[in-house]
Design a protein around this ligand. Structure first.
Ligand code: GLN
Length: 500
């Protein structure tokens, strides 16, 4: 294993083993990825910030530890890209917004601390829709990310930078966050793997809040096993997050190794396919269902009738929470301060700062949320949405009485064209129709690639959903299906992506 071009095409698991065995150094692996970023990121724009020096120092530390005979973690020495919504000491954290331009957090998020503790090498921060609101990364204040499969297309959002970094072989691993699908939908449209862990399974400490009752960080990778390895590093209880679950997490790595669906009951969600879904997406999904049956699973249709109302409920709950969470960006404490000429009142400076610092989508959601929470409307909007949320939780509970996991297409379409939906918020929101129920219920889901849509040659994702704290089931099913598809194609789908 050596030419740099080969190193960037390896999985994280293979790289970690080679580093541990002394076949290659972490510095060589890191250098190869930094070179790849220089070669392609002017076209992809996955990164907002690259920390070459910090990455090489971290790589050298792993190489020294290995030389000293220290025990290395399962992903030690492997590079990663981190979504720019997680606090990183010594590196900017902008959330894709002008309002935080130049801000350097004084501390690391728990997820980042765990990555560093495991010897994982942070390459830099990835592009995203401003404050994680969007499905295309076009709402970034720093320009859009391009889909490596077709540079005229969106990479999904809000974590399009993380998915594109992995899909373009700039990094074998990335961290995303998923409030309504921002890990899974980008994974689906870039031919990569993305996991939204159980709410409370991964610490939110140091994750800049969008909607605190929905936000969850998770893995973006090219293989299901890599996602399991990364999940095991970042997951588990954190006393600094009051919503962190104080229980041991399931053994996701063992589940990915077992990769067996024999005897499993799999529910196909009737409300999450059919009308509104692209024909080629449904075709690849149906083929994958047949493969799961061939592998020994029993697939039955399940109805979750309230999922039809999930999108409406989400687009009230999320703006409500975000209108409150984003109140802290007032020009007094973080980042940008506009119009402070010494004569203006605090209120005027706050208002000018928020006017200059926030983009149109962020302003739209703050206004929607403020309205939904206002006296006289609270019960009709926010209160009703919370009731729908409970009904969706009950749909999941009833379904999981019958089946072990649920499946659906991850997104209704393949990657659409940059510019196609950016001025049409409702069309943009409809991308999230299949991913949102899981966030509202707090359970977990994984998206993996199941082929290319015949009409446009772009990747299609299948979503596996499991009950809260049964994240291991995602990996049992995901790894089994991935293995069967790899046998069929002779390689992973991502190997078909253009070389750039
Ligand atoms: N597309 C969704 C939204 O715009 C997803 C957001 C997310 O998961 N961060 O709200």
């Amino acid at each position: 294993m050596s030419p740099a071009a080969d190193l960037v095409r390896q999985s994280a698991a293979v790289l970690a083993e080679a580093i541990a065995a002394g076949e290659v150094s972490s510095r060589e692996v890191t250098q190869a990825h930094l070179e790849r970023i220089v070669d392609v990121d002017d076209r992809v724009h996955a990164f907002l910030h690259v920390d070459a020096q910090g990455a090489l120092e971290a790589a050298d530390a792993v190489d020294r530890a290995r030389a000293a005979g220290d025990a290395l973690g399962p992903l030690a020495g492997v590079p990663i890209a981190v979504k720019d919504v997680l606090a990183t000491r010594g590196m900017p954290t902008t959330c894709g917004s002008r309002i935080l331009e130049g801000w350097q957090p004084p501390y690391d998020a728990t997820v980042v601390e765990r990555l560093r503790g495991a010897g994982i090498v942070i390459l830099g921060k990835t592009n995203m829709d401003e404050f994680a609101m969007g499905s295309s990364t076009e709402h970034s204040a720093y320009g859009p990310t391009h889909n490596p499969w077709d540079l005229t297309r969106i990479p999904g959002g809000s974590g399009g930078g993380s998915a594109a970094a992995v899909a373009s072989f700039e990094s074998p691993l990335a961290i995303g966050t998923d409030t309504g699908g921002s890990i899974r939908q980008p994974a689906a449209v870039t031919g990569t793997v993305g996991v939204k862990p159980t709410y409370g399974g991964v610490s939110r400490y140091g994750l800049v809040a969008l909607a605190s009752s929905l936000d969850q960080a998770g893995p973006c990778t090219r293989t299901v096993m890599d996602a399991a390895l990364l999940h095991s590093v970042i997951g588990g209880h954190d006393p600094r997050d009051s919503t962190s679950i104080p229980e041991p997490m399931p053994d996701v790595v063992a589940a990915a190794q077992r990769a067996d669906v024999r005897g499993m009951r799999i529910g196909l969600v009737r409300e999450l396919s059919g009308e509104g879904y692209q024909a080629g997406v449904l075709q690849r999904f149906t083929e994958a269902v047949a493969i799961l049956e061939d592998l020994g699973a029993e697939v039955v249709e399940v109805s979750c009738p309230h999922f039809d109302y999930a999108l409406g409920a989400y687009y009230l709950i999320l703006p409500s929470e975000c209108s409150s969470n984003l109140a802290r960006f007032d020009g007094m404490r973080y980042g940008l301060r506009a119009g402070d000429n010494g004569d203006r009142s605090v209120e005027e400076v706050m208002s000018l700062t928020r006017e200059a610092g926030f983009g149109a989508e962020v302003k739209r959601r703050i206004m929607l949320g403020t309205y939904a929470l206002s006296s006289g409307y609270y019960d009709a909007y926010y209160g009703q949405a919370q009731k729908v949320r409970t009904l969706i939780q009950r749909d999941f509970a009833a379904a999981f009485d019958q089946v072990d996991v649920l499946i659906s297409p991850t997104a209704p379409t393949t990657a659409f064209r940059l510019g196609e939906k950016v001025d049409d918020p409702l069309a943009m929101y409809l991308n999230d129709v299949a991913t949102i129920p899981v966030n509202l219920a707090g359970n977990c889901a994984l998206s993996l690639p199941v082929g290319l849509a015949p009409e446009d040659g772009l990747p299609v994702g299948l979503q596996v959903m499991a009950p809260a704290l049964a994240d291991d089931r995602l990996y049992l099913v995901g790894a089994a299906l991935e293995g069967a598809l790899r046998d069929r194609w002779g390689h992973l789908l991502i190997e078909e992506a253009p070389a750039l």
